[in-house]
Each structure stands twice: as structure tokens, then as C-alpha cells.
Write a protein that binds this ligand. Structure first.
Ligand SMILES: [Zn+2]
Length: 409
């Protein structure tokens, strides 16, 4: 990394290139004259930047008849199908891998087991699996980046893992390690936060700048997007919604505290509640739950709720009450334009969402919830989509764009 004046010159270049690229990406096909007007850059700068983007195949020229007739005009658009990236989710006991182009087309999805090894061995396994995957799937492609997403906490700026729930990666500079192993720029981030950004770029929150994604499953995760960016504090993305306390005398959470939301509405917590209710059920003639205590799954629970099963509905009501309580706090704090939900509970959308709306209505500011749609997230089962969003962001904000224009690797 360079310092002082040179770093500043680099930064100005990066910022200006990214401004031009972003305008072409969102407004293209667009003429150089219009780019100059929108960016407030001098026409000569726009010409210079677009030349570099053209040389590296990031944009292309399109000739068309000018609306006024007469000579042909040239417009610019971004090129997205020729650039590829690998996205890997370092999950709980497994690696999910996909290859994407910048348009969002996925292929080569694979899931590999990844045991909890000691740190050095784990890093070696990771590096080997990834280089093997790239050799098999992307040997002849223009690969521009690797994205690594994971549950837990990450420091995207320094490419560092702060905490992973299953692997000993705390304080590991994962981006730098993998960059050296694979020779690619590496971008890391929390999986749910990255997914919230994917919903903003490609999914159900494309039409707004402010949204919140809540993921229900193993735990409760959230991603907050404000003004088109992931909400950050102290340089890292945060939204530890699952660890907001909802019952003072609740169960012990993995974070050490009592009664966190996660202990009430994670899949395991809801199935435990259903099992308890089934056990305590006083058999009444003609009133039996559809649920089979020996085959309790989230799908069975959602199906029973949709079929009007009283016990399953009780579980849904409790889930909505606790979840709604915390969502109302989030809504009061962040005033989103859209609330997105993902996870197996969404299978009972027609039961759950109205209950949630009711809980939110009772506990948040009317002007904040009146026109707030609660919708199912577009990406429900795509484990690696967040990685695509991290790479797209690195292009739009200039960091990756600059590496493509002036490779430093
Ligand atoms: Zn907790």
C-alpha cells in the first residue's frame, strides 16, 4: 500500500472511475456528454476514464441513430456476462460454492463437508478446496474476485474474521491469506448482511434504498440497508437483532445472556415449544393436533399452521409476538421502506405475516409502519448470493474496479 500524496492520487482516480462506472451501470446506455453532466467531471476526464474502462472490457460502446436524426451517436453500457466470481459460504460444518457472472447467473453449485480443524489445518483445507474448485470450474473464465461469506462477525475493511460460530478463525486475516493462495482479490462479509445487499441489488428490495432483511433459522440474523448501503458501525456491518432480550427469565443464549430473541424464535426453539405443548396437551375427544411428536420439523409445523391446527397456530402466535416486538424496535430505529423475511417460517407466510403486522402495528410508530410492506425475500435458498453482492459493491464503489484497471496483485 502506498502512502501520502500517491495514495491520495490513487484514491481520487478510484473515486472518479467508480462514479463513471456507477452512472453507466445504472443509466446505460448513456453518452459521454450525459456522463459528464451527471458526474460533474470534466469531459476530458470522462473520456480518459471511459477509455480505461473500455480497454479492460468493463464497458462497451453502442452505436445508434441519434433521436434528432443525422449522424450516429455512441452510448456506453456495462459488460457483465464476461466477468466471473466465485462465492463461498463458510457455513456450519460445510462449504457452499458457486460461480457467478456479474449478471447474477449462477452455476457450478457444490456443497462440501468442512470439519472443525485447528486454525492452520483449516486454512490449508480452505485454500486447497478453493483452488481445486477454481481449477475445475473456472479455468478458462475471466475470474475477477472471490467472495467469502459466513455467519458471525467480520471486518470487511481489513478482510478479517472477528468471530465464526464453528471455526477457530478469530483475528485471522482471511482475505490476505486467500489472496496469496489464489491470486485473486478477496472480499469477506457476514452472510445475512451480504444477502440484504443482494436483495437490494438483485432481489425484492431493488425498488428501495432502505430495507431490513431478517433471516430465521439456526439463529436470528438481520441485515440493515440504509441509503443503498449495509449499515455499519466502527467499520463493520452490524445488526445483532437475535441477541435483543425479549424475556428476562428466558433460556440461556449462546452469547451468554438470558432470553435473547434467538432463544425464542430460532427453528430449534420453535420445535421445542411445539414439543412441550404436545406433551402438555390434555387429550380432548375430537381435538388432536395434526403434529406428530416423533416427526417434528419446521415444514410439518408450518403445514399444520396453514391447515388451522390450534397447537401449531399457538406456536406461530408466540413466534410473531416475540419477533414482532423486536421488529417494532428495528422499525422505530431505522424506518425501513420494506421488511424482508427469509427462512423456513416463511412457509407459513399467510399465517405468520398478518400476525407480525399486528404485533408491529401495536408496538411501532404509525407513520413508520403504515405503508411498510412485509414480504418474503427473493433469495430463500441461495446460500452464496451474498458473495455476488459483495463483489458488485466492490466494483460500484471502485475498489475492485481499480484492481481490474491497474492490477497490483
Ligand atoms: Zn444472545
Amino acid at each position: 500500500m502506498t502512502h501520502g500524496k500517491i495514495a491520495n492520487v490513487d484514491l481520487v482516480k478510484q473515486v472518479n472511475s467508480s462514479v463513471v462506472y456507477r452512472i453507466i451501470d445504472s443509466h446505460g446506455p448513456i453518452s459521454r456528454v450525459k456522463i459528464a453532466a451527471l458526474s460533474h467531471l470534466a469531459p476530458a476526464s470522462v473520456t480518459k476514464i471511459t477509455r480505461a474502462l473500455l480497454e479492460h472490457g468493463l464497458i462497451k460502446e453502442q452505436e445508434h441513430q441519434a433521436s434528432t436524426g443525422g449522424r450516429r451517436a455512441i452510448s456506453l453500457t456495462t459488460v457483465t456476462g464476461d466477468f466471473h466470481l466465485v462465492s463461498v459460504k463458510l457455513g456450519r460444518g460445510e462449504l457452499s460454492l458457486s460461480l457467478y457472472d456479474l449478471q447474477g447467473n449462477a452455476r457450478g453449485q457444490e456443497t462440501l463437508a468442512c470439519p472443525a480443524l485447528k486454525q492452520d489445518a483449516l486454512l490449508t483445507v480452505l485454500g486447497n478446496r478453493l483452488s481445486d474448485y477454481i481449477a475445475r470450474r473456472a479455468a478458462n473464465l475471466n475470474l475477477i474476485a472471490l467472495a467469502v461469506i459466513m455467519p458471525g462477525l467480520t471486518d470487511a475493511k481489513h478482510g478479517q474474521v472477528i468471530y465464526h460460530p464453528c471455526y477457530p478463525l478469530a483475528q485471522v486475516k482471511l482475505s490476505e491469506y486467500l489472496r496469496q493462495q489464489l491470486g485473486l482479490p478477496v472480499f469477506i462479509g457476514n452472510d445475512i448482511r451480504a444477502q440484504a445487499l443482494a436483495e437490494h441489488y438483485f432481489g425484492a428490495a431493488r425498488d428501495c434504498l432502505d430495507s431490513i432483511l431478517v433471516s430465521l433459522g439456526h439463529g436470528v440474523g438481520a441485515g440493515i440497508v440504509t441509503e443503498g448501503r449495509i449499515f455499519k458501525s466502527q467499520g463493520r456491518d452490524v445488526a445483532e437483532m437475535g441477541h435483543i432480550r425479549v424475556t428476562p427469565d428466558g433460556e440461556r443464549c449462546q452469547c451468554g445472556n438470558l432470553g435473547c430473541l434467538e432463544t425464542m424464535v430460532s427453528d430449534a426453539a420453535l420445535l421445542r415449544l411445539a414439543a412441550r405443548l404436545l406433551e402438555a396437551q390434555v387429550p380432548e375427544p375430537g381435538v388432536r393436533s395434526l403434529l406428530d411428536p416423533t416427526r417434528l420439523t419446521m415444514t410439518a409445523l408450518c403445514e399444520a399452521a396453514l391447515a388451522g391446527d390450534r397447537l401449531a397456530l399457538t406456536v406461530m402466535e408466540q413466534a410473531a409476538q416475540h419477533l414482532g416486538q423486536v421488529l417494532a424496535i428495528m422499525i422505530n430505529l431505522f424506518n425501513p421502506q420494506k421488511l424482508l423475511l427469509t427462512g423456513s417460517l416463511c412457509e407459513a407466510e399467510s399465517v405468520l405475516f398478518p400476525l407480525l403486522e399486528q404485533a408491529i402495528r401495536q408496538q411501532s410508530l404509525p407513520s413508520f409502519h403504515q405503508a411498510l410492506p412485509i414480504v418474503r425475500a427473493h433469495f430463500q435458498h441461495d446460500q452464496t448470493i451474498g458473495g455476488l453482492a459483495l463483489v458488485k459493491r466492490a466494483l460500484l464503489e471502485g475498489e475492485l474496479l481499480q484492481l481490474i484497471i491497474e492490477p497490483k496483485l
